[in-house]
Design a binder for this molecule. Structure first.
Ligand code: DUC
Ligand code: ZN
Ligand code: ZN
Length: 468
């Protein structure tokens, strides 16, 4: 007997950014072709989703993997290990960054980066470009070629010597991005403020790791966010402010929206679940929690949860920046007595991103399941040019699905995770809800923390131009 579907997902509760209903899904050639009541006999394979939630596979639109070492510190994950972990956490598409070092050609780096993904990615992937040298050749000739290849987003830094752009350069990037249809993502922290504070702290002998948070003061984020918004308004092109960590920056964003500016915003698990107390952890252990911007004062996270609930954020990404803790090529680059400004900033989070948001957001009643889906997949698909193929459960869409047991209790341990680092900032945390199966274009690629797919099965995604 010929069966109508390669796979049928039966009995699940389907949740999208708009809906929540009971239905079966029929999948053929990697796509969803039927949503309704489907007999089990119609599927070559039948997945029982009774009592489970069936939601779009997550899109992690801000994560780092296989970047070049900076000052001897490596990105612990390559495309394979990062995307294996992503799949086990319910994510089916990632958009990491091609990043040149000062003096390198971004065009060369980006071509090489795409080849690496083609060989190793275990989920589908796109690429962002990090622009550190917006010269006329790049903005005039190379950027249009990249946009034509489906690389339709750029990240710029307002901090970090060698990487940061001055305001005039930001404007040049915004103008070119507007012309070509690319989205500009902004790391908004005021570099001079951070440098000045760092020097002050060192002069006072305040070099312990907890002072990282003092150097990266909230006002440095607020000022840079406000300036980035002004530059965006002047250039008449939207920006997306990444890893927003403070209510003060949210207020700048919301004020700008009130006057009609098109400003998009992202936050990440570390700003909702960690705080400055983690940076005061005993000794070098605190290095695990150093990221930029840093976890903030106690109480700030609850304000960000409220902002998330009222719609202040468009996307929720991991900012997975994996460094090995116990390695001279990772957090220990300058040894166990390193000062706060010597520890490489970044933490892993690609696998726990969605379980953390689900457990602490949906299960605790802070956000709805529709908001969860919007923040974890649907909005990123639209903003980054992946819809309608990705980010939703709809006829014709890729069958990228995460089947969740909304009550499954998990104690987070690094030993159950699949990345290539040696720690998780969420060690020991008890949460409820985890994806028990992840499907990439109709094929099961992960089950119960175990990766079942293969390196290289992820496909490069040609993304559409950004349309405000
Ligand atoms: N910014 C990021 O977006 N990720 C890692 C470190 C940083 O500064
Ligand atoms: Zn950043
Ligand atoms: Zn990042």
């Amino acid at each position: 007997m010929t069966r109508r579907y390669d796979t049928v997902v039966r009995g699940g509760r389907i949740a999208t950014a708009a809906d929540d209903y009971l239905a079966d899904l029929g999948i053929r050639d990697g796509r969803i072709v039927t949503i309704g009541a489907i007999a089990a006999s119609q599927g070559e394979e039948v997945i029982d989703a009774e009592g489970k939630l069936v939601i779009p596979g997550g899109i992690d639109s801000h994560c780092h993997m296989d970047q070049q070492p900076i000052d001897g510190v490596e990105t612990a994950d390559d495309f394979f290990t990062a995307t294996r972990a992503a799949a086990c956490g319910g994510t089916t598409t990632v958009i990491p960054f091609a990043m040149p070092l000062p003096g390198q050609s971004l065009a060369d780096v980006a071509r090489d980066y795409r080849r690496r993904g083609d060989g190793k990615a275990a989920v589908d992937f796109g690429i962002h470009l990090i622009v550190i040298d917006p010269n006329p050749q790049f903005l005039g000739q190379e950027l249009p070629a990249f946009v034509a290849e489906g690389i339709t987003s750029l990240k710029i830094y307002m901090t970090y010597e060698g990487f940061r752009l001055v305001d005039r350069q930001c404007l040049d990037v915004l103008k070119a991005a507007r012309r070509e249809g690319a989205l500009v993502m902004v790391h908004a922290e005021n570099d001079d403020m951070i440098e000045w504070l760092t020097e002050e702290l060192i002069a006072e002998g305040k070099t312990a790791l907890r002072h990282f948070g003092d150097a990266h003061a909230p006002i440095a984020e607020r000022e840079a966010a406000s300036r980035a918004i002004a530059l965006s308004e002047l250039a008449r092109h939207p920006i997306l402010i990444v890893h927003v960590s403070t209510e003060a920056a949210v207020a700048e964003i919301e004020r700008a929206r009130m006057r009609g500016a098109d400003i998009l915003a992202e936050t990440c698990p570390q700003y909702l679940l960690l705080d400055e107390g983690h940076l005061s952890t005993h000794g070098i252990e605190a290095a695990k929690y150093i990221c930029s911007p840093p976890p903030r004062a106690k109480g700030e996270a609850e304000k960000l949860w409220r902002a998330l609930r009222r719609g202040a954020f468009n996307v929720f990404s991991s900012d997975h920046s994996p460094r090995i803790f116990a390695s001279a090529r990772g957090k220990m680059r300058h040894g166990g007595d390193a000062h706060f400004h010597q520890v490489s900033a970044g933490m892993p989070g690609i696998e726990c991103r969605l379980p953390l948001l689900f457990s602490e957001g949906v299960n605790k009643g802070r956000i709805t399941i529709q908001q969860f889906v919007a923040l974890s997949a649907t909005n990123a698909a639209r903003i980054y040019g992946l819809s309608p193929r990705k980010g939703s459960i709809a006829i014709g869409a890729d069958a990228d699905l995460a089947i969740w047991d909304p009550h499954k209790r998990v104690t987070i341990r690094h030993s159950i995770l699949n990345d290539a680092t040696d720690y998780t900032p969420y060690e020991g945390m008890e949460i409820a809800g985890w994806p028990v199966a992840t499907l990439l274009r109709g094929r099961i690629v992960a089950r119960e923390h175990r990766f079942l797919g293969a390196a290289g099965q992820g496909r490069y995604q040609q993304r559409a131009r950004f349309t405000p």
